[in-house]
Design a protein around this ligand. Structure first.
Ligand code: 13P
Ligand code: SF4
Length: 338
């Protein structure tokens, strides 16, 4: 397994309110000139999420980001998130220009799964249907039968299990274990994990729940099982946001990246949100519940991206032509469920 280098969180210069407004206005003008739309994930900076909404773009989970890009009429998609999200947009929209503020914004799951080793693993198990999580490179998706996101993984695996298929699953072992537990499918796992969700501590969560006995616990399934086992609801980022709006509780303990709080608070301004603990015995950080790669997106480098037309995603056509099948299979499946 390759060693994952986790970068420090970038520190962006603070902007005064008028400076921020001026910067946003310049970005909006550039977007109009370039017929560009902003597609942002819930984990990126709140200013970027707000800008995406103000300009008719999209703020969503990775499933909806893929869908939105494919439906958008814009010639340029500005993808604020991590690299696999930009790559998925390019695979689905080869005629569009896909720009990202920082091409180094990767993901520990993606990095844990180099295509050569993954291909060998698949070759050793030719009897298994290969299902990969969206958080992988285009080359890994090209080797897969199906791509899934957290929002649809359970349904796809249930469907395959009902057909008697055995599954090779990569790269997230925690999400894989959760899906296996819920579906009873025969699954063989790659050994990857998300460095952000893996920091949540089960025993510290138990203590926090005692302090907030009325709070509902919302958990993203990239979390370890001692966190998932304490959840009132496990789901994709969109499912967690909907839960804050729709569940009757006034308090929520949230085990996922804290960038999501902006959208949760927008949807349910009077509810109290508490980040699940990453501190405690054996912990290496106080509160690391924020993805260092998502944090590489900011208003400042978004403006530079537009000015220089930098950060463009390119994918070799042979890889794209293969990878599109596993993604399209998921989108077709999702469309049938609607
Ligand atoms: P969602 O598809 O639930 O938004 O998850 C993406 C991700 O990277 C979570 O860490
Ligand atoms: Fe990857 Fe985890 Fe960051 Fe999501 S939060 S992009 S899974 S490292």
């Amino acid at each position: 397994m390759p060693e994952i280098h986790v970068p420090a969180h970038p520190v962006w210069p603070l902007l005064s309110a008028p400076e921020k407004e001026a910067l946003k206005d310049r970005i909006k003008a550039l977007m109009r000139e370039q017929n560009a739309t902003l597609v942002a994930h819930y984990y990126v900076d709140a200013d970027l999420q707000a800008l995406a909404e103000e300009t008719g773009g999209c703020v969503s989970d990775s499933l909806e980001m893929a869908r939105f890009g494919a439906q958008s009429r814009a010639q340029t998609l500005l993808v604020c998130g991590v690299r696999f999200m930009g790559e998925t947009a390019k695979i689905l929209n080869p005629e569009k220009t896909i720009l990202m503020p920082d091409l180094k914004a990767t993901c520990s799951l993606d990095e844990s799964c180099p295509v050569d080793q993954f291909s060998d693993f698949c070759d050793q198990h030719p009897d298994r249907t290969v299902v990969v999580y969206a958080n992988t490179s285009a080359a890994v998706k090209a080797r897969a039968d199906w791509m899934v996101t957290s929002g649809i993984a359970l349904d796809v695996v249930k469907h395959l299990h009902a057909q008697g298929k055995k599954i090779l699953w990569a790269p997230d072992k925690h999400l894989g274990a959760y899906v296996q537990k819920m579906t009873g499918a025969d699954m063989l796992f790659w050994n990857g994990s998300c460095v952000v969700h893996e920091e949540f501590k089960g025993f510290a969560l138990e203590r926090l729940r005692k302090l907030h006995p009325e709070a509902a616990v919302l958990v993203h399934p990239e979390s370890p099982d001692d966190i998932i086992n304490q959840a009132d609801l496990v789901g994709s980022t969109t499912a967690l946001i909907n839960a804050v709006r729709e569940m009757p509780q006034d308090e929520f303990i949230v085990a996922t990246d804290d960038g999501i709080f902006w959208k949760m608070q927008q949807q349910a301004p009077h509810k109290k949100l508490i980040s699940a603990p990453t501190a405690g015995e054996g912990a290496t950080c106080e509160s690391c519940a924020h993805c260092p790669w998502m944090a590489m997106n900011a208003l400042q480098n978004l403006e530079t991206t537009l000015l220089q037309r930098s950060g463009e995603i390119f994918i070799e056509s042979s890889v794209r032509e293969q990878a599109v099948h596993s993604i399209q299979r998921m989108l077709d499946f999702a469309a049938l469920r609607k």
